[in-house]
Design a protein around this ligand. Structure first.
Ligand code: HEM
Length: 398
C-alpha cells in the first residue's frame, strides 16, 4: 500500500465504516504518511509516538484555533472557552496552579471507597437482572457519583447531572453538529445548578472540596465566583464521558481476550498492567487538538502558522518504534508509558481519578465471581475521532 494509492482517503472521521477497523487504518496512515492531513476535519495529525509527544510538549502548539472552533460552534458561547481545557497561557497556567492545589492526590484517593461502593451496587443490579448493557447500566453510571460525592452534591441529583454532562460532552464533538442544541441547553442548566450549589457550599462554611477550592490562593490570587463554577463543570465534564468510555472499552477488551482475562483472574498483581494496557489500546481521547502558533517543521512536513494539528494518540499508542507487538492487548508485556492522558503542561488533570475509577470497575467486575457473556455481534464504536467509546455492549450475567 502506498501513500499515493490510498493515503488521502484512509482517515475520514465522517465515515462510520472507518471506526470498525480504525486501528488497521491508523497503522496504514502511520506507515504511509506519519504526519497526515485529515482533509475532512481540516487538521494535521501526528501518528508516531515521538512526533505526538513533541506536539504535546512544544509551546509553539497552542489551543487557540480549537477553542475558537468550539466556541463558534456553540454560537459564540463564551462559557465553554472559559474551561481550563480550552485556555492558553498565561490564563491556563494560573487556573491550573489554583485547581491543582486543591484537587490533590490525597483528596482523590479518598474517593476510592465511593468508587468501590458504586461499582458493587451496579454489579448487584446486573446480577439480579441477569443481563444488561455494560455501557449504559455500568460504565456511564460510575463517574458522576464519585465526583458528585467530592462536590457534596445530593445523591438525588446525580441522574440529572449525568444527563446534562452527557449532552454537553457529546456536543463538543466537532463531527456531530446535530448535538449542539442539546449541549447548549445542558451547559446553561448546569451553570445555573452549580452556581447555586457553589454559593450554598461557600455560605454553609463547611470544609468540603468546593469550599476549599473557593478559598485556595496562590500568591494572593484565587478563583472568582464564575471561575469556581466553571472549574466544577470542567472537572465533571472532563472526567465523565472519558472515564465511562474507558471503562466500557476495558470491559470489552478483556471479554474479547479471554486468555488475558484468565491471566488477570489468576494473578491480581496484573491489575495495574491491565489498566495501562486498556488506556494504551483504546484511549478514550484518541485525538487532541492544537494550532501551530508559528511555522513548525515536523519531519518532511511544514505546519504553517494558524494551521490545526494534533497528536493522534490512538495511533501513537501503537507505534512499533516505542511498543513491542503494539497491536496485541497483552497484560504481561512490559510497556513504556503511553499518551492516553497527554503529556507536558496540559497532562490530564484527572488522570489519578480516571485510573481510580477504572481500577475499581475492572477489579470488582472481574473479581466478583460473575460471568459476563457478550450478546449479539461485535458491538459498534461511536463514530467519533475525538471520543472513542462503544455505543453499547449487551451482556448476559450469570
Ligand atoms: C480515561 C479517562 C480520561 C482520559 C483518556 C483523559 C484524557 C485527557 C487528555 C489526553 C488530556 C490532554 C488534553 C490536551 O493536551 O490538550 C486531558 C486533559 C484534561 N483532563 Fe482528562 N482524561 C480522562 C479523565 C479525566 C478526569 C476524570 C478528569 C477530571 C476529574 C479530567 C480532567 C481533565 C482536564 C481538566 C484537562 C485539561 C488539562 C489542561 O488543559 O491543563 N480528565 N485529559
Amino acid at each position: 500500500v502506498t501513500a499515493a494509492a490510498d493515503g488521502p482517503g484512509l482517515l475520514d472521521p465522517f465515515d462510520p465504516a472507518f471506526y470498525a477497523n480504525m486501528h488497521e487504518r491508523l497503522r496504514r496512515v502511520r506507515e504511509c504518511q506519519p504526519v497526515y492531513y485529515i482533509e475532512p476535519l481540516q487538521t494535521w495529525c501526528t501518528t508516531t509516538y515521538a512526533d505526538s509527544e513533541l506536539v504535546f510538549r512544544d509551546a509553539r502548539f497552542v489551543k487557540r484555533g480549537w477553542t475558537q472552533m468550539v466556541v463558534n460552534a456553540f454560537g459564540g458561547e463564551a462559557l465553554l472557552g472559559d474551561f481550563l481545557f480550552f485556555k492558553d497561557p498565561p490564563e491556563h497556567t494560573r487556573l491550573r496552579k489554583l485547581v491543582r492545589k486543591t484537587f490533590r492526590p490525597d483528596t482523590i484517593d479518598r474517593l476510592a471507597k465511593t468508587a468501590a461502593d458504586t461499582v458493587d451496587r451496579l454489579i448487584d443490579e446486573l446480577r439480579q437482572a441477569g443481563r444488561g448493557d455494560v455501557v449504559t447500566d455500568f460504565a456511564w453510571r460510575i463517574p458522576v457519583p464519585v465526583i458528585g460525592s467530592l462536590f457534596g452534591v445530593p445523591e438525588r441529583d446525580y441522574g440529572m447531572i449525568a444527563d446534562w454532562g452527557r449532552d454537553l460532552f457529546l456536543a463538543t464533538d466537532m463531527t456531530r453538529p446535530d448535538r449542539l442544541p442539546a449541549g447548549k441547553l445542558a451547559l446553561a442548566d448546569m451553570y445555573a445548578y452549580f452556581s447555586t450549589h457553589v454559593e450554598r457550599s461557600r455560605t454553609r462554611g463547611d470544609d468540603g472540596f468546593i469550599a476549599r477550592l473557593a478559598t485556595t490562593s496562590v500568591d494572593g490570587d484565587c478563583l472568582s465566583g464564575h471561575e469556581l463554577v466553571v472549574m466544577c463543570l470542567q472537572l465533571l465534564i472532563g472526567g465523565y464521558d472519558t472515564t465511562a468510555n474507558q471503562i466500557a472499552s476495558g470491559v470489552y477488551l478483556l471479554l474479547s481476550h479471554p486468555d488475558q482475562l484468565r491471566r488477570l483472574r489468576n494473578d491480581k498483581s496484573l491489575l495495574g498492567n491491565a489498566v495501562e494496557e486498556i488506556l494504551r489500546c483504546e484511549p478514550a481521547a484518541p485525538f487532541v487538538g492544537r494550532e501551530a502558533s508559528t511555522d513548525v517543521e515536523l519531519g518532511d512536513t511544514t505546519i504553517r502558522t494558524g494551521e490545526l494539528i494534533g497528536p493522534l494518540v490512538a495511533a501513537a499508542n501503537r507505534d512499533p518504534a516505542r511498543f513491542q507487538a503494539p497491536e496485541s492487548f497483552d497484560l504481561t508485556e512490559p510497556r513504556p508509558a503511553h499518551l492516553a492522558f497527554g503529556i507536558g503542561s496540559r497532562f490530564c488533570l484527572g488522570e489519578r481519578l480516571a485510573r481510580l475509577d477504572l481500577t475499581a470497575a475492572i477489579a470488582r467486575l472481574f473479581g466478583a465471581g460473575v460471568e459476563l457473556t457478550p450478546e449479539g455481534p461485535d458491538p459498534p464504536w461511536r463514530p467519533s475521532l475525538l471520543f472513542r467509546g462503544l455505543e453499547s455492549l449487551p451482556v448476559s450475567v450469570a
